[in-house]
Design a binder for this molecule. Structure first.
Ligand code: PLP
Length: 483
């Protein structure tokens, strides 16, 4: 019996129609990624490319990479994916790695490897320490928690890149690894990897670069001529890199690589248990059973998209990013945080409640992250967003104006607010437009009455005391009405 707190297994299985009808219905409230409305979580290479990658996934739907001797195909896919990734990140032929289920697993493994490396190379260290920027991904904290490693957090500078001097000061005899992001997720900036790499060399430490989100985009935008500072194996001190194929590699979810400078270091990642009655058990990564589908799809994505395809999508991504960044910079009341190196944009507001702007955007169907310290909204721009740049910027502009109205709402003087609303309702359509033109520097005329009022509010906001603004607004409204 199904109740509020329990769903039971159906006695006889659902038929195809009912099954998919139910699933389709449940999907209706999901983020609308197909039309480019999701600025996070999803990376879509377009229908045609996607179809090919899905086909590859389905082809190896049943296979299991737990035992690679049973499926040499999967072993070869994996080895080639690792090799292609290492090449993109300027590793030489000694670079070795593994395909993992995602950025988190790659990072867990990098930390676990550092711990095992330390137990051999720094045997005196009881509690190994890993230094991370405060902007580093929570997967590191998860790893510290799982593996009993001490995380040492270092603040970032005003430009949101880690303060190298503070990293230097944080190094103790227990330090085993330094971490930098290329780029960091929250603000999309690359930490000073060269300086961190030098610190690691000087202190004989491991150095991990979290390029989960950047690993499959930075090499291509660099080729396109965008400035990218060195962040990869070309820096001598970098000993491991994580890069997610299920992000800008546009593969199926469940695919990332963890790469090491050499196979010797990678050995610290592996797990072997030789005494089991079920036989000798060896496992390279965290998962036991590993889905053949994701491995095949990762290989198929890299092979079918190829350098030209990635360059094309990287170009689209960067053009969309530049236009959105510029659009935000041109807008009154919002600003881009720092100077993003890639395609991640965080923007905040001095004048408005940025979360209220977020609410308005959500109502228009946009999906993105909300961030804190400082409060901001976060966009992960990818190739699909080139199609929606203008719509997004229009919606953002409207959202800013509408959020200005919430400030008025905060006045607590509902009489005044009601008066503003009431007056705008009473004004004839043409008058609203005229008034808005007179007051707005952008000269944008909106058709809807409410939107026009928000527009006027937006145009007036940020010019001093809120109480005075509203009074001023009422004054102008009335005098024009008189005219
Ligand atoms: C996405 C991301 C991760 C974690 O990857 P998952 O695939 O979500 O586990 C780690 N670091 C950075 C910088 C990321 O962007």
């Amino acid at each position: 019996m199904n109740s509020k707190n329990r769903i039971t297994l159906p006695k006889s299985g659902l038929g195809r129609d009912e099954l998919f009808k139910t699933m389709q219905a449940r999907r209706s409230k999901d983020a609308e990624w197909q039309t480019g409305k999701a600025f996070c979580l999803v990376y879509h290479p377009g229908e045609e490319r996607s179809r090919m990658i899905k086909e590859a996934y389905n082809m190896f739907f049943t296979e299991n990479a737990l035992n690679p001797t049973a499926f040499p195909s999967l072993r070869q896919f994996e080895a080639e994916v690792v090799s292609m990734s290492a090449g993109l990140l300027r590793g030489d032929e000694k670079v070795a790695g593994s395909l993992t289920s995602g950025g988190t697993e790659s990072i867990l493994l990098a930390v676990k490897t550092a711990r095992s490396w330390a137990s051999k190379h720094k045997p005196g260290v009881a509690m190994p320490e890993v230094i991370i920027p405060e902007t580093a991904h929570p997967a590191f904290h998860k790893a510290f928690y799982y593996f009993g490693v001490k995380g040492v957090m270092v603040p970032v500078r005003e430009d949101f890149r880690v303060d190298v001097q503070k990293v230097k000061e944080a190094i103790t005899e227990n330090t085993v690894m330094i971490v930098g992001s290329a780029p960091s997720y929250p603000h999309g900036v690359i930490d000073p990897i060269r300086e961190l790499s030098n610190l690691a060399l000087e202190n004989k430490l491991l150095m991990h670069v979290d390029s989960c989100v950047g690993g499959f985009l930075l090499p291509f935008i660099q080729k396109l001529g965008y400035p990218v500072v060195p962040f990869d194996f070309s820096l001598e001190g970098v000993t491991s890199i994580s890069a997610d194929i299920h992000k800008y590699g546009y593969a199926a979810k469940g695919a990332s690589v963890i790469l090491y400078r050499n196979a010797e270091l990678r050995k610290h990642q592996f797990y072997v248990y030789t005494d089991w009655c079920g036989g000798i058990y060896g496992s390279p990564t965290i998962s036991g059973t590993r889905p053949g589908g994701t491995i095949a799809a990762a290989w198929a994505a890299l092979m079918s998209i190829g350098e030209e395809g990635y360059l094309e999508m990287a170009k689209r991504t960067m053009v969309a990013t530049e236009r959105i960044k510029q659009g935000i910079k041109d807008m009154k009341g919002v600003h881009v945080l720092g100077n993003p190196d890639m395609s991640l944009i965080a923007f905040g507001s001095e004048e408005h409640d940025i979360y209220a702007i977020g609410d308005e955007l959500n109502m228009q169907g946009w999906y993105f992250d909300r961030q804190q310290n400082p409060a901001s909204l976060h966009l992960t721009v990818s190739q699909i967003h080139l199609e929606v740049v203008d719509t997004f910027l229009e919606d953002l502009e409207r959202a800013i104006k509408q959020s200005a109205k919430f400030r008025v709402g905060k006045l607590g003087n509902s009489f005044q607010v009601a008066t503003v609303k009431g007056l705008s309702k009473m004004l004839p359509e043409g008058m609203i437009a005229k008034l808005q033109n007179a007051m707005s520097s952008t000269k944008q005329v909106t058709k809807k009455r409410t939107a026009a009022m928000y527009g006027m509010m937006g145009a007036l906001s940020g010019t001093g005391d809120l109480q005075a603004i509203v009074l001023n607004f009422l004054d102008r409204l009335n005098s024009l009405e008189q005219a």
